[in-house]
Design a protein around this ligand. Structure first.
Ligand code: CDM
Ligand code: ATP
Length: 308
């Protein structure tokens, strides 16, 4: 008789940055940010169960581009939590991906956050939110937000979070690009563009009060013109074809469009669900994206959805 050990499945969301202000490069190589994150209904599902050894297996969207070894962020999350708990790290981690790899939507971060929550549940650890967030921040700047979910203002490297009041549901269309963009390369390209124009050198990024007010109003027409991303010129410089994608989204009827984080996924805010479906159909037919997805936000952060 074979005995299958109990499993825990966690659903972890993608994110979009509605505002991404990037300060100067810090001595440690990071940049101070002021960003408004929103978690979207595009998810990776992470299932963990006890096993003799620690292994990761990825399937789904872009799985061929993910290394299932010690460099995988889910693997690193399991090692970090095992060290914190003084627990053996034998686990099977199964990742079912829907979030595009290297897409600027925090896919790897979702897998890291999902693994932290799933393994904490499997091992019944008594770990509070603050300790989990500290482990998350060590794994990557976006990982704490994926634990947090909803809509939040991020500062520091993006890991210091406070909630943002956001009324109602926002309707997004995501245009997936061919190939990814490396986050460090996009930040480096921004530094290069800025070095060429020292007079335009960045100050400390400011809090986007107009956007915060628009989010509280729940009106997508007010939010759309305030979408802003300091990394966008760098992402467009590295992938010029994205200009056509952005233009096609607004021509198709989106209220506004933006490169998501470090790109190359483009995110379009639409007036309502019907408009999002229509924009997605038109973008899919226009040949400016590898694929399109419709998603809503905000949604909760990484949470347990199943015990097997
Ligand atoms: C672009 C964003 O997705 C916006 O939310 C994040 O800033 C990136 O977050 P992430 O992918 O979790 O990034 P990390 O794994 O922490 O850092 C990867 C690399 O991105 C650059 N990086 C990241 C965050 C930050 N505040 N400043 C940076 O300069 C650094 O070169 C760093 O070595
Ligand atoms: N579980 C994982 N899923 C995806 N990529 C991973 C994972 N673990 C490690 N990686 C590595 O991280 C790189 C970035 O992947 P990821 O999908 O997180 O990018 P991203 O969404 O652009 O990140 P962000 O928006 O946080 O900057 C990949 O090219 C891959 O080599």
């Amino acid at each position: 008789m074979s005995v299958v050990s109990p499993s825990v499945t966690v659903r972890a969301p993608a994110k979009v940055n509605l505002h991404l202000g990037v300060g100067p490069r810090r001595p440690d190589g990071y940049h101070d940010l002021v960003t408004v994150f929103q978690a979207l209904s595009l998810h990776d599902d992470i299932t963990v169960r006890a096993a003799p050894e620690l292994t990761v297996r990825t399937r789904g969207e872009g799985a061929a581009f993910v290394a299932d070894d010690q460099t995988n962020l889910a693997y690193r999350a399991a090692v970090a939590l095992a060290a914190w708990a003084n627990h053996g790290s034998g686990l099977d981690i199964d990742i079912d991906k829907a979030i595009p790899v290297a897409g600027g939507m925090a896919g790897g971060s979702a897998d890291a956050a999902g693994t932290l929550v799933a393994v904490a549940e499997l091992w019944k650890l008594d770990i509070d939110r603050a300790a989990l967030s500290a482990l998350a921040a060590d794994l990557g700047s976006d990982v704490p937000f994926i634990l947090y979910g909803g809509t939040a203002l991020g500062t520091g490297r993006g890991e210091q979070l406070v909630p943002v009041l956001s009324r109602g549901e926002f309707h997004w269309v995501l245009a997936l690009a061919d190939g990814g963009l490396s986050t460090p390369k996009v930040f480096a390209e921004l530094d290069r563009l800025r070095d060429g124009r020292p007079e335009a050198g960045p100050g400390e990024p400011a809090r986007p009060d107009d956007l915060l007010a628009a989010l509280a109003s729940g009106d997508p027409h007010a939010v759309a013109p305030l979408l802003y991303n300091d990394l966008q010129p760098a992402a467009l410089g590295l992938k010029p074809a994205l200009r056509r994608t952005l233009r096609a989204g607004t021509e198709a009827g989106a209220l506004g469009g933006i490169v998501s984080g470090s790109g190359p996924t483009c995110a379009f805010l639409c007036a309502d669900q019907d408009s999002a479906v229509a924009v997605a159909a038109e973008l899919a037919g226009a040949g400016v994206a590898r694929g399109v997805r419709v998603a809503g936000g905000p949604v909760p952060g990484a949470k347990v959805v199943d015990h097997g």
